[in-house]
Ligand binder design. Structure first.
Ligand SMILES: [Zn+2]
Length: 720
C-alpha cells in the first residue's frame, strides 16, 4: 500500500512512457504525466537568474582524516523502521522500495531527477545571492555505488537496473555544484547514516563518517539508527551510547541533537562532536542549522536507548533555538531533522493531497510560527519531499545516497533576509543518463549506445576517487568477505511485495523460522526489518546482510488468543508497515479508520498504533483464532523485546511467556545457514519459499490506494 502502511511505493507508469518521463520531473512515481520541470541535467532557471555576486568558497571540505577506527562488528540493536521508500524517479520509474515509516525496506532507490517546481517567480532584488543546499538522508551505510532496481509500474515485478549513488559519485556532483554556485553550497545529512551495509556495520559506522569527512558535510542530524551499535567495540555492557560518541568525536562536522536531552542536566546531550545547532558563515552570510532526531526514536531502538536521555518534540526545539540564532546574527535558518513525511506525488510543491497528514514532519511544520525557519530537511521515512508545508519549503531525498535533495535559498544582503527559496528538484545520483534526457539510464533493456555520461548543471559528472585511500586493511577484507557466494540463486530480482501478494522475502524468512523452530505455530516479523531486495543471480553474504543488517535474533512468545488478536490489530495499524507472518491469515482495510476512532490505551490521545485497520484474523487454515486458546509464535527478538510498539501488548503477558532459544544466532545468520544447506532456486512463479501458500495471500490488503488519514477532517487526530 502506499501511504503510510506503505508497502508499495510509488507508482506506475507504463514502460512506454518511462523514457519520456525520465527527463521530466518527477511526478510521483508515477502515475500520470510528469510535470514539466527542469531536468536534472540542466540548471534551473532560478539559479541562472540569480545574481551571484559574492564569490568565495563555502566551508572547505574537510581534509581526509586518519585511519578510521576499525572497531569489530558487534551486537547492535534491533530492527528499526525500515522505511524505504524510495521514491520515484523522475516521474517515472518507481524504485523498488516503498513505504513510509516503518515501511518495507526493500527498496532500492529511485532514479533520478528533478522534483518540484520553482516557487512562483517573484522579482528578486538585484543584490540577491543564491546559496545551494544539497542534502542526503538515510544513507544507511551505502557509500559504494549500487545497482538500483526501478519499477515503472509498482504493481508489476518488472523493472530495470540503473547504477546510482556512491560517495565518489556524490563527490562528483558536489564538485560541479561548488563550481556552479561559486562555493556557496551547503552539504547536510538528515540522519541514519550508518546502519545497513557490511562495510559500515562491521566498523560501527566509522567508514561512513570517514567518507562524509572527505565529502565536506557541514552538519548531520542524529537518526534513530545512529544508536544501533550500542557500546563501542567488543564491549556489550558499557555505555549504550559508546559507539555513537566515537562517531561524534571522529566526525569533522557536528552531529545535531537539539532535542536529545540529558536528563541529568536538562540540556541537549554534550557528547563529543554533538551540538544542538551550528552557526556557519558562508560568504559573510550567517546560516544557523538546528538539528535533531525523531521524537519516536526510542520506539524504534533497543531497550537501552532512552537511558538517561529524553527526546523532545522537534518543533519545540526549533521554536526555542531559532530566535537565539537570529540574535546571534543568523540570516538563514535551516531545520535538519531526522523526521519525515510520506507523499505519493511531489511535482507540485503546494499540492499536499497525496501526503499523509499525520506524519511527523507535517506535524512539525504546522506547529511552527511563520518565519521560524527558512527550510526544513527531513529523513526517516525514505521518501521524497519537495513540498511547501505551512509555507515552509521541505526537502527529503529517499535513501541510500541515490538522490540528493536540493534547495536554492535566495538571500538579499540589502534586505538582510531570505527573499525566496526554490526547491526545483531532487537530483538523481546517476552514473549515466539517457541520451538527450536528463535522467538515469537503465543498465539493462536499453542498448548502451543510448547511454551518455550523467550531467549536472550543464556539466558532465565524473566520480572523484577517494575511497581506496581511506579503506583500511580490515575494511578491504570485509569487502572481500561480502562477495562470498552462499549457494542459492534467484532467477529474478526479489523485493518488496506487489499489490495483492505477500512480501516475498518475508515469506522466505518466516519459512526459515518455522523450519528452524518447528514447535512454533506462527512466525512473525516486522516488515521494516527487511531492509533490501535480493538481486538476480547467485546470492552473496552481502546480499543477505543488506536485507538483515540488524543483529537482532529470535524469541518465542507464548500468548493467549485474546492478546494475539490485540497484537495483530496493533501490527496491522500501519504505524510500522504491515505485518509479515506465516501460520495466520489477515485481512486489513486501509480506509477503515482514518480518524482513529478509539483512544485504545485511554491516554495521550489517539496515536497511529491505535488505528484499527484489521478486518479479520484466522489461522492459516481458516480456523478462527480462539480467544481462550494459547499460541506459540517465533518472532524477531526486536519485536519480542517490545519494538514497533509491541511492548504495548506484550507487557501484559505473565513472566516467562517470552523465551530466547539458547544460542540463537542473529536472524541473518539463521537465513544464511538455511540457504547454505538448501541450494534452492528462488523467484519462480510457484517457488514455495517466496510465494503464498496455495497461491492465496496470507495478508490481504483492501483499499490499497487509500491515503491513510486523508479523509479525516481533524488533522490532529493522530497526534499524541
Ligand atoms: Zn530513521
Amino acid at each position: 500500500m502506499k501511504k503510510s502502511v506503505a508497502l508499495s511505493g510509488p507508482a506506475m507508469v507504463p514502460f512506454i512512457v518511462v523514457l519520456a518521463l525520465l527527463s521530466a520531473v518527477s511526478c510521483k512515481s508515477g502515475n500520470d504525466a510528469p510535470a514539466p520541470s527542469p531536468a536534472a541535467g540542466t540548471p534551473p532557471a532560478s539559479s541562472a537568474a540569480s545574481a551571484q555576486k559574492e564569490a568565495g568558497p563555502a566551508p572547505a571540505p574537510a581534509t581526509p582524516a586518519d585511519g578510521p577506527a576499525a572497531a569489530p562488528a558487534k551486537g547492535s540493536s534491533p530492527d528499526a523502521p525500515a522505511p524505504e521508500a524510495a521514491a520515484p524517479t523522475e516521474g517515472a520509474a518507481a524504485p523498488a522500495g516503498a513505504g513510509g515509516d516503518g515501511a518495507p525496506a526493500a527498496a532500492e532507490a529511485t532514479a533520478a531527477a528533478s522534483t518540484g517546481t520553482p516557487s512562483p517567480a517573484a522579482e528578486l532584488p538585484a543584490d540577491t545571492v543564491t546559496l545551494a543546499v544539497l542534502e542526503t538522508n538515510d544513507v544507511h551505510g551505502y557509500i559504494l555505488p549500487q545497482k538500483v532496481f526501478i519499477r515503472p509500474d509498482e504493481k508489476k515485478q518488472e523493472g530495470y537496473t540503473a547504477e546510482m549513488g556512491g560517495a565518489e559519485w556524490i563527490a562528483g556532483y558536489l564538485k560541479i555544484a561548488r563550481e556552479h554556485f561559486q562555493g556557496r553550497v551547503l552539504l547536510l545529512d538528515g540522519g541514519d547514516m550508518f546502519q545497513g551495509t557490511m562495510i559500515s556495520n562491521r566498523f560501527e559506522g566509522a567508514t561512513v563518517v570517514e567518507a562524509m569527512n572527505r565529502l565536506g558535510y557541514a552538519a548531520a542530524a542524529v537518526g534513530n539508527h545512529e544508536f544501533d551499535f550500542g557500546p563501542a567495540g567488543e564491549d556489550t555492557q558499557g555505555d549504550p551510547y559508546g559507539a555513537l560518541k566515537e562517531r561524534g568525536a571522529q566526525a569533522k562536522f557536528p552531529l545535531l541533537a537539539a532535542n536529545i536531552i540529558d536528563r541529568q542536566t536538562g540540556n541537549p546531550v554534550a557528547w563529543p562532536g554533538f551540538a544542538p545547532y551550528v552557526l556557519l558563515e558562508i560568504n559573510g552570510i550567517k546560516v544557523g542549522i538546528i538539528g535533531g532526531a525523531s521524537r519516536d526514536t526510542p520506539t524504534y531502538s533497543g531497550p537501552s536507548v532512552g537511558a538517561g536521555v529524553e527526546f523532545l518534540p522537534l518543533d519545540e526545539v526549533l521554536i526555542r533555538y531559532a530566535p537565539e540564532l537570529r540574535k546571534a546574527g543568523a540570516r538563514i535558518i535551516i531545520g535538519l531533522l531526522h523526521a519525515g513525511g510520506v507523499c505519493e506525488e511531489f511535482d507540485k510543491p503546494d499540492d499536499l493531497s497525496t501526503c499523509e497528514p499525520d506524519e511527523e514532519m507535517f506535524q512539525i511544520a504546522r506547529a511552527l510560527p511563520p518565519g521560524t525557519v527558512d527550510l526544513l530537511i527531513g529523513g526517516h521515512t525514505h521518501r521524497i519531499l519537495a513540498h511547501r508545508i505551512n509555507g515552509i519549503p521541505v526537502i527529503q531525498a529517499a535513501a541510500k545516497g541515490t538522490l540528493l535533495g536540493m534547495a536554492e535559498i535566495h538571500y538579499s544582503p540589502s534586505l538582510g533576509k531570505v527573499v525566496r527559496v526554490d526547491i526545483p528538484r531532487t537530483v538523481g545520483v546517476c552514473h549515466h543518463h539517457f541520451k538527450g534526457e536528463g535522467d538515469c539510464a537503465f543498465l539493462d533493456h536499453i542498448p548502451t549506445t543510448e547511454h551518455v555520461p550523467a550531467t549536472f548543471l550543464g556539466q558532465e559528472v565524473a566520480p572523484v576517487p577517494f575511497l581506496q585511500e581511506i579503506f583500511t586493511e580490515n575494511q578491504r577484507q570485509v569487502l572481500a568477505e561480502a562477495q562470498e557466494k552462499l549457494g542459492p540463486k534467484t532467477i529474478r530480482r526479489i523485493d518488496r511485495p506487489d499489490e495483492g501478494v505477500d512480501h516475498p522475502i518475508g515469506l522466505l524468512t518466516t519459512r526459515v523460522l518455522l523450519d528452524s523452530f518447528p514447535d512454533a505455530q506462527i512466525a512473525m516479523l516486522n516488515e521494516s526489518g527487511i531492509r533490501a531486495g535480493l538481486p538476480e543471480g547467485e546470492l552473496t553474504m552481502s546480499d543477505i546482510f543488506e536485507v538483515f543488517p540488524f543483529d537482532s535474533s529470535v524469541a518465542y512468545v507464548r500468548m493467549p488468543g485474546e492478546l494475539l488478536l490485540d497484537l495483530l490489530r496493533l501490527a496491522s495499524s500501519g504505524a510500522h508497515g504491515l505485518p509479515v507472518i506465516r501460520g495466520l491469515r489477515l485481512v486489513i482495510d486501509l480506509a477503515k479508520d482514518d480518524c482513529i476512532a478509539q483512544d485504545w490505551d485511554g491516554q495521550n490521545g489517539k496515536e497511529k498504533w491505535e488505528r484499527n485497520l484489521l478486518v479479520s484474523a484466522t489461522l492459516e487454515d481458516g480456523t478462527p483464532v480462539a480467544t481462550d486458546g494459547t499460541y506459540t509464535i517465533i518472532m524477531s527478538s526486536y519485536l519480542a523485546q517490545g519494538g514497533s510498539d509491541f511492548k504495548r501488548i506484550l507487557s501484559k503477558l505473565p513472566e516467562g511467556s517470552i523465551t530466547f532459544p539458547p544460542d540463537a544466532p542473529p536472524l541473518r545468520d539463521l537465513v544464511v545457514r538455511w540457504l547454505k544447506v538448501n541450494p534452492v532456486e528462488l523467484g519462480g512463479p510457484t517457488d514455495p519459499y517466496t510465494t503464498s501458500p496455495d497461491g492465496k495471500p496470507l495478508v490481504t490488503v483492501l483499499n490499497w490506494d487509500h491515503v491513510v488519514g486523508s479523509s479525516c477532517t481533524q488533522p490532529s487526530a493522530a497526534t499524541p
